[in-house]
Design a binder for this molecule. Structure first.
Ligand code: RAM
Length: 906
């Protein structure tokens, strides 16, 4: 009753405190993107906006949206009473394909003030159906050199008789493409069309090319390399995963100023040849022979009479889909921090950061001079360039000079994971200024920061973010450097929640999840890697396949995006169905499983048993977890029958677990950290036995002198479980541990990204087995989520996902004197930061407009707390709800910046 009164009081507080100051609208997004091109007309686009105000407690009461296409009004919503400001679905007249729409919004706040209309935002629709594609697939009209398969040049000249108002180019390829119009690059995306399960979904990109065209003669040139489609993939020796052709499809849609339209398309009139890119493979690198450049080939006036024609092909257009995620772009650049001559006499440049991308080289030399650049992540114990861990990947860029003017060279259809390069054949002195490393990754918005008083943890956060940059290259990959670079599902699910803090990954994962569903087998089994290049039987491993339930749920929590649950629901259900059919008496004990991959066998445990977790015990835990997430999704989507059915199944799965894996006294048959972590995290144990199970976990950790032994599956939950059961101090011990296995050991060893293995490089600088030793593998970076959510205490509630209802609950500890996190949410900036000053602790929190927060203040009594210098009891902007226990005073707050001081901390 008391609680109800408090909540009622809280609502009144919010409405009476409504903004009197001006609220303005900013950050208008369509489908989570700024003015996107290529919006699917059949999937209702959704609009988001942010309310900005210097006032506290600003809430939206109503909105109004106007959408127009030219002079036509497509939607005028009128005033809609609703506090929704994120992902509001379009509800106007049917959208037309290939059309630009503009929209704006105004809102009323809870005190009745209306904002001015926002600035205009826009979106452009994609081609709607395969029939809208007038273009034909084309392939070269000559016989390709089957061994090296040089990149294909396609070209076409055409004349525009009238002035162009708008022009959009729609482009895709079998392979990777780069396009030029009149000698200028089309767009700033790389490695396009990106990677999908091409036989089911092939993305095309839309570009506004209006500024590239001229009245009169024009020319288009497109280079097509091998890419994922037909290059080497899935270890050495396998190529042509989806086909052997290097085909191109392009449609240029032009609207003249007089309103008439015209399509210029790929068809039998195009010309083909090869050019300077003699070899391009993702794993092996690229060879560019500048002597073979066809100067002016992508401009008008070039004579292509010697070129071959093309063949048209009837490859599927049914698989074509407009791009949903942010494309790969160039980001940070690095100059060498050192030029080394290694003990074995090689010239090596150190860029100071393990990154993914390539090096741009400025050079001038004689015709035929050949510059060879090899890539490596580490130097060995002697300081020599070390590439054994790249396995069969040659990771080499070769440039052959034409003896003409100085120029900057770079590859096009490959990428490398490296910190060091070995340079051979560079003409003249090596001047570091002539070498620039550039990081390429999906153009996700940076959204989060975490900092604290412990420099090693700050470096860990840096490493986690760089692990994410390097491995979010259109698909989430395990690693970016060796002959692998695949969309391993287990790694992606483990890291997914952390990923949502560092960068905006909603669209990135929404796109990839469509491939997860597309490649899921009819029986519900999910492949180990997506896109699946490992064959139909490589699937169904626990903790890997569960990506299809864990990822949608994590995206729903982080972005409040219900559509991802709707879209993935059948996939989630099919996977739970698969486990059901594999089970006997609700116990899943069949099939191959990777288990707690790369767990650590402790140093003083001869048989290593204390870290080996029974794989079927793990499978039962994830079976329960996926079923729980399916129940959660069913509830969110109003599927009550499913929620009840799978709720019952869940009880049976847990009962079967207890019967099979738990002794009556509460010991698990695998006495490992991972076993206890999973059993506790997924609520597998009867309530009465949980506390003692947590004690056993802590005992195990202590037995290994405060070291973890967990692998890919246990690690993401380890510190969360410790925190939940009151062992925050033990979690901090693990986090701050500097000897391996630990998160800070690689940091102490100089790592700049997250390593695949806890002990990738030993203290004596020798390496783990080269067969599997990546120095850029994000999985263990999953601790990042604990740093944001628990240390800094920045979280969202399930009842207001996407930070509509925010939880701020800092956990000072581990001798840190301060920690702070910020997150750019769809509502605006959320932040939480604490500092210890003697016996005082301050907490600064920022809550965006149109959200609410529960703030947990680490104090035993509200009388010790002030906010902006005012005693909490007198501060009318916030409301004290409860003193949760001895630990925290809990308040409710609306938007605003808050500064709390808690004195005389215990
Ligand atoms: C390795 C990958 C990946 C892991 C699988 C099981 O080859 O690098 O990280 O998920 O194996």
């Amino acid at each position: 009753m008391k609680k109800q009164l408090l909540i009622a009081g809280w609502c009144i507080l919010l409405s009476t405190l409504g903004a009197t100051g001006q609220v303005t609208l900013q950050h208008l997004l369509t489908e989570n993107l700024v003015n996107p091109l290529g919006i699917n007309v059949t999937a209702t686009p959704r609009f988001s906006w942010q309310l900005a105000s210097s006032q506290r407690n600003v809430q939206q009461a109503a909105w109004e949206i106007k959408v127009t296409a030219g002079k036509t009004v497509a939607w005028n919503s009128g005033k809609i009473t609703s506090n929704q400001s994120v992902q509001v679905p379009y509800a106007g007249s049917a959208l037309q394909p290939a059309t630009k729409y503009s929209w704006q919004v105004r809102v009323w706040d809870t005190s009745g003030h209306v904002t001015p209309w926002s600035a205009l935002a826009s979106f452009q629709t994609a081609l709607a159906t395969p029939a809208d594609w007038k273009a034909q697939w084309i392939t070269p009209g000559f016989t390709e050199d089957a061994a090296d398969r040089p990149a294909i040049l396609y070209r076409k000249s055409f004349t525009l008789p009238k002035k162009v108002r708008t022009a959009t180019a729609y482009l895709t390829a079998h392979g990777m493409y780069e396009a030029q119009i009149n000698g200028k690059r089309v767009g700033d995306a790389y490695l396009t069309p990106g990677w999908t399960s091409y036989n089911k979904r092939l993305q095309y990109q839309a570009y506004d090319v209006t500024p590239l065209l001229v009245n009169g003669p024009n020319a288009i040139g497109v280079t097509v390399g091998n890419g994922w489609y037909r290059g080497y993939l899935a270890w050495s020796g396998n190529k042509n995963s989806w086909g052997s052709d290097a085909a191109l499809l392009m449609q240029l849609v032009i609207t003249y100023t007089d309103g008439s339209t015209k399509n210029f398309i790929t068809d039998s009139t195009w010309r083909t040849s090869t050019g300077p890119i003699r070899y391009d493979e993702i794993y092996h690198g690229e060879t560019v022979d500048t002597r073979l450049e066809k100067k002016g080939w992508d401009s008008t006036g070039f004579n292509d009479a010697e070129w071959s024609g093309v063949q048209t092909a009837d490859f599927s257009k049914e698989v074509l889909v407009s791009t949903y995620n942010e494309p790969v772009k160039k980001h940070e650049t690095f100059k060498p921090i050192k030029v080394l001559t290694t003990p074995d006499g090689k010239t090596v440049l150190d860029f100071g950061q393990n990154l993914v991308g390539w090096v741009m080289v400025k050079a001038k030399g004689n015709s035929g001079d050949s510059i060879v650049i090899k890539h490596a992540e580490v130097l060995d114990k002697y300081g020599n360039f070390y590439t054994e861990n790249l396995r069969a990947a040659k990771a080499t860029a070769t440039y052959i000079l034409d003896g003409k003017e100085e120029r900057t060279l770079e590859p096009h259809f490959t990428f490398f994971g490296f910190r060091y390069i070995l340079v051979e054949g560079y003409p003249g002195e090596i001047n570091p200024d002539n070498f620039t490393a550039v990081a390429l990754y999906s153009d996700m918005q940076p959204t989060g920061s975490f900092t604290c008083s412990q420099p090693l943890l700050n470096q860990l956060q840096h490493n986690i973010q760089w692990g994410q940059r390097g491995n979010f290259l259109d698909v989430p990959t395990d690693c970016p450097q060796r002959d692998e670079r695949l969309g391993w599902t287990g790694d992606a699910q483990a890291f997914s929640r952390t990923a949502t803090f560092n960068f905006g990954v909603n669209n990135f994962f929404a796109k990839w999840l469509k491939d997860v569903a597309a490649d899921q087998k009819a029986d519900g089994s999910v492949p180990y890697v997506i896109p699946n290049v490992l064959g139909p039987n490589a699937g169904g491993s626990t903790g890997w396949a569960d990506v299809c339930t864990i990822l949608p749920w994590n995206m729903y929590l982080a972005y409040g995006d219900k559509r991802i649950l709707e879209d993935q629901y059948n996939s989630m259900k099919a996977w739970v169905g698969y486990m059901q059919t594999q089970s006997k008496n609700d116990l899943w004990q069949t099939g191959f499983h990777f288990g707690d991959w790369l767990f650590y066998r402790p140093f003083d445990d001869n048989d290593g048993k204390a870290a080996v977790t029974d794989k079927y015990l793990i499978a039962q835990c994830f079976y329960a977890h996926s079923t729980q997430l399916l129940v959660n999704a069913a509830k969110q989507l109003g599927k009550t029958e499913d929620a009840a059915t799978y709720g019952e199944l869940l009880q049976k799965i847990k009962a079967a677990f207890v019967k099979e894996y738990l002794t009556p006294n509460g010991r698990l048959v695998s006495g490992t950290q991972t076993a206890y972590v999973l059993a506790l995290q997924f609520d597998m144990l009867p309530e009465a036995l949980r506390a003692q199970a947590a004690d056993r976990l802590v005992q195990n950790i202590k037995d290994y002198r405060n070291h973890l032994t967990t692998g890919f599956l246990g690690t993401p939950y380890l510190c969360h479980v410790l925190n939940r059961f009151g062992y925050t101090d033990i979690a901090y011990n693990l986090l701050l541990q500097e000897t391996y296995p630990s998160w800070l050991y690689p940091v102490k060893m100089g790592a700049t990204t997250i390593w695949e293995r806890w002990d990738g490089q030993k203290p004596d600088s020798t390496f783990q087995t080269p067969g599997m030793n990546s120095f850029n593998h994000y999985a263990y970076g999953a601790i990042g989520d604990w740093m944001y959510r628990v240390i800094a205490g920045l979280d969202t509630y399930e009842d207001g996902p996407g930070y509509k209802h925010i939880k701020i609950q800092p956990h000072p500890g581990g001798n840190l004197t301060n920690a702070a996190a910020t997150l750019q949410t769809y509502y605006g900036t959320v932040s939480s930061g604490w500092t210890i000053n003697g016996t005082d602790i301050t907490l600064d929190a920022e809550i965006p407009a149109n959200t609410t927060a529960d703030i947990y203040l680490p104090a035993s009594s509200e009388s010790t707390i002030t906010e902006s210098g005012i005693a909490l009891s007198a501060q009318k902007d916030v409301q004290v709800t409860t003193t949760s226990d001895d630990q925290y005073v809990v308040i409710k707050a609306g938007s605003g910046k808050y500064h709390f001081v808690i004195s005389a901390r215990k």
